[in-house]
Ligand binder design. Structure first.
Ligand SMILES: C[S@@+](CC[C@H](N)C(=O)[O-])C[C@H]1O[C@@H](n2cnc3c(N)ncnc32)[C@H](O)[C@@H]1O
Length: 313
């Protein structure tokens, strides 16, 4: 598959809003090259100091890079992204140079482009995410390590929506549960559920690249006896209900299948929804309640929301 790299020279202040626009437009793996990162005192993560190459960073401001599949919608998507970014001025966000460039990359370059930004990260009480190309020694005995090679799929594991999903799974999954992961991406949540001793995990994604990536990661984490990865969506694939169902997808997608989700959660079971931008929190809550779920907890991180709901007994 061919990918195009969309590169936007902007400011620190605009990072979050511009990344949101790129994610909402379907971009994968947004990379941030911040000129300040070069001069910042380096954090000592798990005893390892890592070095950065000045060539990778802009002289000033921030460069955000996102990857879009080359298809017949590419032109419109790029125009829509540019328009949405220009509209940020109305919210008094300084866009700096606001220079947009686009270039083509092949799959191999894409898959390795951002590896240099990605290090072990402790993301909850028990979970640490470790990229496959790093060695890491656990700090505590009950630590759960997810090894990940996100490849082309969304899910380095460190996006706030993924972090909160893993934290919610850590709270809700009980040994012997059946877990369903809708939109598995790199497989990170399915692997997390298996490490939390779920009896079986069913992971699915519409995107064949995600299915490939999740299958590799499941094997890498040696949970292939517990996790099944398949291509498809919940309406055509899931026939057995789960004790815990998790969906880290966009708000609009979540709202489009709350009724279907209700049928695949066992009575008394849990539905974790993430990927919800805070402005859509109430819309998603209402959709969940209208389908019969009871809201148990609402988690927030940066501009993102994760909702834990339950199906009545
Ligand atoms: C934001 S990513 C989440 C990846 C991973 N679960 C995580 O938490 O990091 C959402 C994933 O959902 C998939 N997806 C979107 N709509 C879907 C649907 N209706 N059914 C199944 N997968 C879907 C996308 O292909 C993408 O891989």
């Amino acid at each position: 598959m061919k990918w195009s790299e969309l590169s936007i020279h902007t400011t620190n202040e605009a990072i979050e809003a511009v990344s949101n626009i790129m994610h909402e437009a379907g971009a994968s793996g947004v990379v941030i090259e911040d000129s300040e990162d070069l001069t910042k005192e380096r954090e000592d993560r798990f005893g390892e100091i890592y070095s950065l190459d000045p060539e990778d960073f802009p002289v000033d401001g921030v460069i955000l890079k996102a990857y879009l599949p080359v298809n017949s919608f590419l032109g419109e998507t790029v125009e829509a992204i540019k328009l949405a970014i220009n509209n940020l001025v109305a919210f008094d966000i300084n866009l700096g140079k606001n220079k947009v460039t686009i270039s083509e990359v092949n799959e191999e370059e894409w898959a390795t482009a951002w590896k240099k930004y990605y290090h072990p990260v402790k993301i909850s009480k028990r979970f640490t995410i470790v990229p496959t190309w790093e060695t890491y020694n656990p700090v505590s005995s009950d630590e759960l390590i997810i090894e990940l090679d996100p490849g082309m799929a969304f899910g380095t594991g460190t996006h706030p929506t993924t972090v909160m999903s893993l934290q919610a799974l850590e709270k809700m999954v009980k040994p012997a549960d059946r877990v369903i992961d809708i939109g598995t991406g790199s497989g990170v949540l399915a692997i997390g559920a298996a490490l939390l001793s779920a009896k079986e995990v069913y992971a699915l994604d519409l995107d064949e690249v995600a299915v490939r990536s999740a299958t590799i990661n499941v094997k890498l984490n040696k949970v292939q006896n517990v996790v099944t990865v398949e291509e498809g969506n919940l309406t055509d694939k899931v026939d057995q209900p789960g004790d815990v169902v998790v969906a880290n997808i966009l708000a609009e997608v979540i709202m489009s299948f709350t009724d279907d989700a209700f049928t695949i959660v066992k009575p008394g079971g849990v539905y974790i929804t993430s990927g919800i931008i805070s402005a859509k929190k109430n819309d998603v809550k209402t959709a969940l309640e209208e389908s019969g779920f009871i809201i148990e907890d609402v988690m927030m991180m940066e501009d993102w929301v994760t909702i834990i709901s339950k199906k009545p007994e």
